[in-house]
Structure formats: C-alpha cells, structure tokens
Design a binder for this molecule. Structure first.
Ligand code: SAH
Length: 364
C-alpha cells in the first residue's frame, strides 16, 4: 500500500532564533555574546515566563540601551491575526501568522476546575489521517520551541488581562492536540516541554502531569520520550484496534502496527508510571462496531490505560459522520465490561472550527 507520509519537514522558512529557544546556560551565553552581563538573561526570563510581560518598555530593571541590544534575541514570532470564541467566551481560538506567512492555531478552554490550552507543534501536518482537517492540508514546516511556547504565553497574557470570562486565571493543562505531529518535531517539542516544566525563571514551573503529548504512534520517538525523565501524559491516536482499518485511518500504521504502538505505550507507562491515554474518534459504521470495541478491550485490559472516545468532528467535505448516541453508548459499555476505563470527550469549540481535528488555518 502506498501512503504519503512526510517525516522530514522542509527546512525553509526557519524562524529567527529567540531567547526562549534556549535553556538557561545558552540564554546566559547568548546575552554575553551581545556584550551584556549574563544575569540579564535571567531578568528577561523572569519578565517573560514569570510575569508574562512581553513589553520591554515595562522592564524597568534593565536600561533602555540594554533592552535595545537584547531585542535581537526577542523577535516577534507570532503575529495575531484573529481570535474567535464560543461557549460564552470560555473557548477561544487564536490564529497566528508566523514570520514566513505560515498560519497556526491554538485553543484555550476554560472549565470550572481547570484551564487547558490546545497548541500546535507544526504548521500543517504530514501524517495524512483522512478524517483530520490538518492532515488534509499537508506539512508546511516544523515550529521552533519559542513558537510553541509563545502560544502558551499569549494565552497566559490574555488570562492575566482578564480577557477570558471568569476573571484572571492560570493555565493548568497543555495538550499537543492542535496542528501537527509533535513527535515528528521531537527536539523543538522537547525544548517546549522543558520551558513548561522547568522551575521559574528558567521555565513556567508547570506540573508534567498536566501536559499531554498526543501522537499518531511514532514508535521509536515514544520510547525516546519515555526516557527523558519528563513524565508528561502520552496520548496515542489509535482509532482502530485492527491493522486493516488503522492502515487507512492512521496511515503511519503501515510503518508501525497496532501491536508495536501498544507495546511502546506500555513501555511508556512502565517508565513514567503515567496512565496512557488512547484516543479513539468514533466514526459511524467505520470503527464503531461492537466487535471492534471488544477487540480494543482485549488489547487494553490489564494495562495502565484510559480510553478517550471523541465523537468525530466531520471536516468539510467529509463522507464520515459521528457515531449514533446508541453506538457510542454500546462502545462505552463494551469497554467497561472488559474492565477498561473510558470517558467521552466533550466537543468544545465545534462552532468555531476549534474542535479536535478541525484546526486547518485555511483563512488568511
Ligand atoms: N498528531 C497528533 C496530535 C494532533 S490531533 C495526533 O494525531 O495524535 C489530536 C487528536 O484529535 C488526535 O487523536 C486526532 O486523531 C484527533 N482528531 C483529528 N481529527 C479529528 C476529527 N475530525 N474528529 C475527532 N478527532 C479528531
């Protein structure tokens, strides 16, 4: 079977280097290279990551001439194009233009007990899943670490400023479920994970358990991530328990089979002690049969795992639709009978094309 999988992103359009691309020692060295004392790097890090203050004019502990010198390490990476909201403002989708004209999106979702941001790791995606809007658009390029981190900082600034109904708040969860395949952009994503979990002012000091990396199943990369000492939650986009169907729904399956991706998932759970999440979009009459629920239950029972069922969000022109409520209920019941934990994902952001798999950035 011939499938179009793109692992290597085009090297063109590389974004300018930003201070937040670097870990603390490199930041200090970069600032010294500009002829400034190394502690200036820590001061800037505190402004950006602790106070979410991106206006150098407000950095009163740094002289105006030094701020001017530092500006070469602080290019503007994301140009906001527009935001749209729904759910009475509790779901906000932001569209950004990058320095080379590429477009990316992020979504902020406020719940009663948490604030989750869904972010992009690539402009487009090369994994070609037929039910996903981003997959249809193809891969433009990898995002840099700072381009990924800036999506979160923009959300944090909006929350600080009280722009999201419910008053000021803090981002508690981050999911790499926007555009792109995070494990196909491994080093930039790992850098972003460090910026999220490392102690302030080096990073934001978030808990790794609140961060989810979602993947189609790049098996060697799952094993590598398991050994980074960074116990983020792993989500595997399975969508079918059998190779025959998964070869079509998640074309990476032609490279690594269901059994291989699940073995890697169990290795991840063993190394990190974190429960792995299995993503399964329920598609009417395609993957929602009782026998598939039973087979899925057999494969997963007894493991440190949780199934997240997602009602399919049909993309424009899609011949597929979401399963009926009855099929969904039967699927849930079969998994529970097998002793597997399961929840059905809510579909925040549907009206603004901000729900799972809908981020395509077709507007310009
Ligand atoms: N590339 C990564 C992360 C991006 S997508 C991955 O595939 O895991 C995040 C989740 O949304 C994945 O589980 C993906 O399969 C799912 N998804 C994509 N399109 C969807 C759609 N139209 N309806 C429901 N879920 C979808």
């Amino acid at each position: 079977m011939m499938v179009d999988l793109v692992f290597e992103a085009p090297k063109t359009g590389k974004p300018p280097k930003h201070l937040l691309d670097m870990a603390r020692p490199e930041r200090r060295a970069a600032v010294q290279d500009l002829g400034l004392p190394a502690y200036r790097a820590d001061q800037v890090s505190t402004h950006l990551l602790v106070h979410h203050e991106d206006d150098p004019g407000k950095w009163t502990d740094i002289s105006a001439t030094d701020r001017e010198t530092l500006s070469s390490l602080l290019p503007q990476l994301l140009q906001p194009i527009r935001t749209v909201d729904c759910d009475d403002g509790a779901t906000v989708k932001s569209l950004y233009r990058l320095h080379d004209g590429s477009l990316v999106e992020s979504v902020l979702m406020r719940y009663s007990d948490r604030i989750t941001m869904c972010i992009s790791s690539q402009a487009g995606c090369g994994m070609n899943c037929p039910f996903c809007a981003t997959g249809q658009a193809g891969l433009t390029r990898n995002l840099s670490t700072a381009e990924i981190v800036e999506q979160i900082l923009a959300g944090a600034r909006a929350l600080d400023a009280g722009q999201v109904p419910g008053g000021p708040g803090r981002i508690s969860n981050i999911v790499f479920m926007g555009m792109g395949e995070p494990l196909a952009n491994y080093s930039a994503v790992l850098g972003a994970l460090h910026r999220f979990v490392d102690d302030p002012p080096e990073g934001l000091g978030m808990s790794a358990r609140g961060i989810t990396v979602s993947t189609v199943g790049l098996v060697p990369r799952i094993r590598q991530l398991a050994q980074e000492g960074m116990p983020v939650t792993l989500a595997v986009s399975l969508h079918a328990p059998d190779d025959h169907l998964r070869d079509t729904l998640v074309p990476i399956n032609t490279r690594w089979k269901v059994s291989e991706v699940l073995e890697a998932a169990w290795f991840y759970a063993e190394q990190t002690k974190r429960r792995v999440s299995i993503e399964y979009a329920l598609i009417k009459d395609i993957n929602d049969q009782r026998w598939r629920a039973e087979l899925l239950g057999e494969l997963l029972a007894g493991h440190l795992v949780h199934v997240n069922l997602i009602p399919l969000n049909p993309t424009p022109g899609s011949k597929w639709t979401a399963s009926t409520p009855q099929a969904e209920a039967e699927f849930v019941a079969a998994l529970r009978e097998a002793g597997v934990a399961v929840t059905v994902r809510d579909t925040r952001g549907r009206e603004i094309d901000g729900a799972c798999g809908q981020l395509a950035a077709i507007e310009s």
